[in-house]
Write a protein that binds this ligand. Structure first.
Ligand code: NAI
Ligand code: MG
Length: 353
């Protein structure tokens, strides 16, 4: 298992260090884990003059999986666009052909008060949103702003091919099989032909997954249902734009940005794993950041790239226990709980592994 470790900027190095401790602990289970460090983002600009240096490209391409902290920070805001840390992110996602984004929205019962929704609506929420990442209106041609008949007109093109829909559907059905065998596909087929094709192809692909129960929902209704009764969902699959919006909506149902991991996969289940939050420059270097999103990203790596369900579940179980024991980092702290720093939280997870 060759894993590229890209700590990045801000709190990146602190949270990655804890995920690495957890991965290293699994070596005692006989897992042959090889870790190699590289630079991405602002730290790469400082050391190598670009946010996604050739050495990092090679490291990431040769690895089976990549674990990433986060990139960016105010000290890089003045850099010209091609040198911005975010360019490093776009660069690595493109270089690895990552087309499937997996975003769990999981709310541990102990943290139900962190949500802005009532605990009885969200406690125990456990959704996985599978978002297509490389197509849709974000990349379709033609696109632009032009003068037409004396005024400016803006336009983009929503486009998906059968093959693109089929491959993301397969990732979603596969993920549903690892969970509760329920998949909801989200589209806007009443208005958009592109998403009529989406519904047709997902329905055809479903024939190969007779054990998974498929349903369809229009995106506007899905946005409402996520707020009204989010626990009705298990796995959801949708295109790039709807997925962008719904995955952010779903993650905020949990109210804890420091708890949420993500995965981006290619056709061979090679993946990039990272917390959904950014580099949190406001708390960097203070040993207060929550490392659990990154530790849970490592668990997703074991599950989706290496097919090691029991090792993944072991990490997730350790996180659950730590929360049940009342340990909290500052971002999820409530009176009466035991406050821990970043490294101490990593240690608590290790102790429960
Ligand atoms: P952010 O996610 O870094 O921070 C938002 C708020 O959440 C801050 O108050 C921060 O302290 C808190 N927070 C985030 N992660 C936390 C954690 N693990 N534990 C405790 N608190 C946490 O978003 P923001 O402030 O908009 O962006 C900061 C920098 O990160 C920017 O340069 C931005 O471009 C970059 N960024 C990078 C991403 C990535 O690497 N994938 C994603 C989002 C933003
Ligand atoms: Mg977004």
């Amino acid at each position: 298992m060759k894993i590229a470790v890209l700590a990045g900027d801000g709190i990146g190095p602190e949270i990655i260090a804890q995920a690495v401790r957890v991965l290293e602990a699994l070596r005692s289970d006989g897992l042959k884990i090889e870790l190699e460090w590289g630079l991405l983002g602002g730290c790469a600009v400082e050391a190598a003059g670009e946010p996604f240096p050739e050495a990092t490209r090679k490291l990431a391409t040769d690895a089976d999986a990549v674990i990433l902290g986060a990139v960016g920070g105010p000290q890089y805001d003045a850099l010209p666009r091609p040198l911005r840390p975010e360019r490093g992110l776009l660069g690595i996602r493109k270089a690895l052909n990552l087309f499937a984004n997996l975003r769990p929205a999981l709310l541990y019962p102990e943290l139900a008060n962190a949500s802005t929704l009532k605990p009885e609506i969200v406690a125990g929420l456990d959704i996985l949103i599978v978002r297509e990442l490389t197509g849709d209106i974000y990349f379709g041609e033609p696109r632009g702003i032009e003068q037409r008949e004396g005024q400016r007109v803006g336009f983009n093109t929503m486009v998906y091919s059968e093959a693109e829909i089929d491959r993301i559907a397969r990732v979603a059905f596969g993920a549903a099989r690892r969970r509760n065998r329920r998949l909801c596909s989200v589209d806007k087929m009443n208005v958009l032909e592109c998403t009529q094709l989406w519904r047709d192809v997902v329905t055809e692909t479903a024939e190969e997954y007779p054990d998974v129960e498929l349903s369809h929902m229009l995106v506007d209704n899905a946005a409402m249902q996520l707020i009204r009764d989010p626990r009705q969902f298990d796995v959801m699959v949708t295109g790039n734009m709807f997925g962008d919006i719904l995955s952010d909506e779903a993650s905020m149902l949990t109210g804890s940005i420091g708890m949420l991991p993500s995965a981006s996969l290619d056709e061979n289940n090679k993946g990039l794993y990272e917390p959904i939050h950014g580099s949190a420059p406001d708390i960097a270097g203070k040993n207060v950041a929550n490392p659990l999103a990154t530790i849970l990203s490592a668990a997703m790596m074991l599950r989706y790239t290496f097919d090691l369900e029991s090792a993944a579940a072991r990490i997730e179980g350790a996180v659950k226990k730590v929360l049940a024991e009342g340990y909290r980092t500052a971002d999820i702290y409530e009176p009466g709980m035991k406050k821990l720093g970043t490294a101490e939280m990593g240690g608590a997870v290790l102790a429960n592994l």
